[in-house]
Design a protein around this ligand. Structure first.
Ligand code: 6PG
Length: 245
């Protein structure tokens, strides 16, 4: 398994531009070789600029009619809720695409964490054609200042996730929405390419800790360091988040 790579961009707009290029290249390869492209979307605020690019300047770079999109995690709220990741993705990307041009599988967080996770676990198996050899072409992830990624938060019992692709999660008390659904380490590991998008000086210290922990096998208290891929992991970060040389 190749080591993770780190690419430093000037600013969040440059992160979005580079990530869009990476996704377009992965999509071309996926469609050429397998006639379809699967993309796992990250929540939070950092990816919004990327999604807006994919809906505008880079819109023609993706084969939307051969693209299937899933979510890496979701807050247990409805799709119209201000804290919904689906709402953020719909506003920045999906609302700009022709109807039914891409297959999008929303996590129905409004069902509650357990029911929504069970439903999404079935959906994820279905997207993978129930084939253990299937891989997601690109998984987009962010990283919180506490070292979480998707909705895999410090203190999580990862052993309970081993049999699942989607699972319930609980965010820390300070989070706007505590009940979550998240893809598991197992689901994310079944990928060809993981792209972490991280911006801001507030992430710098944690990013350095996570990169170090990832290189020495991963630290469960820093969930982002536990992420593995069957393919490659690239950290695309801005100068604010980049480790000081
Ligand atoms: C979420 C995301 C979460 C996010 C990080 C970074 O639902 O909030 O999945 O894992 O990627 O918290 O968020 P920012 O991009 O807003 O810093």
């Amino acid at each position: 398994m190749p080591a993770a790579t780190l690419t430093v961009c000037d600013d969040p707009a440059a992160i979005a531009a580079l990530a869009a290029r990476r996704i377009a290249a992965a999509a071309r390869e996926a469609v050429d070789q397998r006639f379809r492209f699967t993309l796992i979307l990250a929540g939070g605020s950092t990816p919004r600029a990327l999604y807006t690019r994919l809906a505008t300047v880079d819109r023609d770079s993706l084969p939307w009619d051969a693209t299937t999109m899933l979510f890496g995690d979701e807050r247990c709220v409805g799709p119209e809720h201000a804290d919904s990741n689906y709402r953020m993705v719909h506003e920045s990307l999906l609302s700009s695409l022709p109807p039914r041009s891409a297959r999008v599988y929303r996590i129905r967080g409004e069902l509650g964490a357990s029911a929504a996770a069970s439903e999404y676990d079935v959906i994820t198996h279905k997207v993978r054609n129930n084939d253990p050899e299937e891989r997601f072409d690109v998984v987009l992830l962010g990283m919180g200042a506490d070292g979480h990624t998707a909705s895999l938060f410090p203190g999580r019992d990862f052993s309970a996730d081993a049999k699942f692709f989607a699972a319930p999660a609980i965010a820390p008390p300070a989070s706007p929405v505590r009940d979550r659904v998240t893809l598991t380490l197992r689901a994310i590991a079944d990928s060809r390419r993981v792209l972490f998008l991280v911006a801001g000086q507030d992430k710098r210290e944690m990013l350095a800790r996570v990169l170090a922990a990832a290189q020495s096998g991963g630290d469960p208290s820093l969930p982002a360091s536990m992420i593995r891929s069957s393919g490659t992991i690239e950290w695309i970060v801005d100068r604010g988040a980049a480790p000081v040389p």
